[in-house]
Design a protein around this ligand. Sequence first.
Ligand SMILES: [Zn+2]
Length: 196
Amino acid sequence: MRYATDFLHIMKTLFFGVLAGLAFLIGKRQVTEEPDTPDNTTPVQDTVVTVIDEPQNDSLIPEFCPLNPANNAFSIHFRLNEFHSKDGIAVPVPVRGNVQELIQELEIIRAYFGGRPIIITSGYRSPTHNALVGGTSDSKHLCGMAADFIIQDIPAGVVQEGLEYLISTGEIHPGGLGKYSSFTHYDIGERRTWYG
Ligand SMILES: [Zn+2]
């Protein structure tokens, strides 16, 4: 009888021992399936802008150009793609900051002329394209600092008078002003004026 009691006791101990072991394992499994913390379940926002059209070629920028790297250049009325070289070369990242400064001046010019659209006919030029269109070897177009443009419904001569005024009052950077019969060149380089 005593043997039977002991046997029963051992069996009970084993039974509950196995049950406890199973419960422990199941509990552990459930815990490991839960997320570590609520924070880790939130996807991390990638705030870095990836430039996909950037030519990695230093020969696109002459040494005289000030470097002013930026991923993008834009304002309410202007977009970077309006300033890409007409041969399909994107404005190189190291001079996109120059385009940004130019765009800020163009916004002032646009507002001065009543908010009429400014059409950029030439912005940044790759050295190849600059040579093709007969640009000077020290052209500010090579640095993303120049724009040739027309303003809708306003004769080029009137645009040029407006730019002279804005330069004289210090409202825009006193840079280069090229007076052509059908368009205007403006750049944020040193003060100069010429007739095309
Ligand atoms: Zn020009």
